[in-house]
Design a protein around this ligand. Structure first.
Ligand code: GLY
Ligand code: MN
Ligand code: MN
Length: 438
């Protein structure tokens, strides 16, 4: 299990094929977050990690396909036994070459001195401006110096081009080994949900359920939560990113758990909602059935060639028809959808790409009108919901919501792989059929 070093090399080669005479620069995440002298967990930058597998801070990777000697260069923190005693192992310059296959490696302090040799014959710099302001200034000042001498040298980068549009299409289609990592992240996430559901009972606090979940993540080798775990009982489930997790769970509550594990930086993202005491009220059951139907229909429409928005549109259509049937919306289906009068109940999109980032990189649209067609190797979430907040305000002209519906929040979320012939639900190990959760 894992990603072979040769795959990182193949990724760099593939990227370099698209770069022509450009030089690309990728910055690691800067350093661990410090709060009053205590260091919090370091999280590598996903682009940097995808291309290098290198998991230390304060590093820069340079790809210079046109350079005579060095095509892949790493600037890293040099070995320093005293500092390593405090802040952990560093692979050092030799390790960068041996383990990470850099053609050349330098201490990061030499960046300003050594970088220009990799830029001066490039026709452009590939770099993502906007992630790290301080480092933007470093790159811009190198660019300015090269531009100043361009007239006399006749070569140099005449433009800075973003890396996203050449790198992110690669990240968007997962390789076999990436799928292995994702499956592991999702299997651990599924085990955590299943364990938590057994543990849940009225009287427990939401944070105790969170503890069960996150315990399972680490127990199975996960790095921890892929995002802050949401354990939302009762009307807390109507707050999309509820992470306080400090309420005592009550007898007739629904409990919404949205939690996923990060495994080697690959992420699971699962939501389940179920009745704490094993019994739905009539209203809870009606909304649950509706969200489940919307999710199953949306998942059915995930197949290669279908435009990205289709599963969202499908979910919205099922949800709105259901809300009309229940008397919670009134009017014509198409008009309600067009005028977005369902939004007080359903205000988010039905999914997102999933991978090294939870909301993973990659475009959803190709131009204003055209949604990206799904393709084998895409991984996405399908996560419709209905949220009837205690203070829900219906859209103009829509009925007031009777008290008995208020406070119900339900979301069901699975992780889906697009396959050659359709799709695979990667998180099917967590039950969601009504008979399996009551
Ligand atoms: N838990 C974040 C999401 O579902 O998008
Ligand atoms: Mn989620
Ligand atoms: Mn999600």
């Amino acid at each position: 299990m894992g990603i072979e070093w040769s795959e990182y090399r193949q990724r760099r080669e593939k990227l370099m094929e698209k770069m022509g005479k450009g030089t690309a620069i990728f910055r690691s995440a800067p350093t661990s977050v410090m709060h009053n002298d205590v260091e919090y967990v370091f999280r590598q930058d996903s682009d940097f990690f995808y291309l290098t597998g290198f998991n230390e801070p304060e590093a820069v990777a340079v790809l210079a396909p046109h350079h005579e000697e060095h095509r892949f260069i790493l600037f890293i923190q040099p070995k320093d036994p005293e500092k390593e005693t405090w802040t952990g192992y560093r692979c050092g310059v030799e390790g960068a070459k041996e383990k990470y296959s850099a053609d050349e490696a330098y201490p990061i302090a030499e960046l300003d001195e050594k970088l220009p040799q990799y830029l001066k014959k490039a026709d452009r710099i590939y770099y993502h401006l906007g992630r790290d302001k301080h480092f933007n200034d470093v790159i811009l000042s190198h660019w300015q110096s090269l531009m100043a001498t361009y007239p006399k040298r006749g070569t140099g980068p005449v433009a800075i081009e973003d890396t996203n549009h050449i790198l992110h299409p690669m990240r968007q289609v997962k390789s076999a080994s990436e799928l292995g990592m994702l499956r592991q992240a999702m299997d651990i996430s599924a085990s955590a949900h299943n364990r938590a559901r057994e543990f849940v009972k009225a009287g427990h606090y939401e944070y105790q359920i969170q503890a069960e979940i996150e315990h399972t993540f680490r127990l199975h080798g996960g790095m921890g939560p892929a995002y802050p775990s949401i354990v939302a009982s009762g009307s807390n489930a109507c707050i999309l990113h509820y992470i306080e997790n400090n309420r005592q769970i009550q007898e007739n509550d629904l409990l919404l758990i949205d939690a996923g594990c990060s495994y080697g930086y690959y992420n699971g993202d699962i939501t389940r909602t179920f009745p704490v005491n094993g019994k739905f009220t009539g209203e809870q059951k009606a909304i649950y059935e509706l969200v489940l139907e919307a999710q199953l229909k949306a998942i059915e429409s995930v197949k290669p060639g279908n435009p990205y928005n289709e599963f969202h549109d499908m979910a919205v259509c099922v949800l709105v028809q259901g809300l009309i049937d229940l008397g919670l919306l009134k009017g014509d289906l198409e008009e309600i959808i067009k005028e977005e009068k369902y939004k007080p109940f359903y205000m988010h999109k039905t999914g997102h790409w999933l991978g090294l980032d939870v909301h993973d990189v990659g475009v959803y649209k190709q131009g204003e009108e055209t949604w990206l067609p799904l393709e084998a190797g895409h991984v996405l979430t399908v996560e419709p919901g209905i949220y009837i907040g205690p203070d829900i305000k219906p859209a103009e002209g829509q009925p007031e919501i009777p008290e008995r519906w208020r406070g119900i929040g339900i979301r069901i979320e699975d992780d889906i792989l697009v396959t050659e012939t359709g799709h695979e639900v990667l998180t099917a190990a967590v039950p969601k059929a009504i008979d399996d959760i009551v």
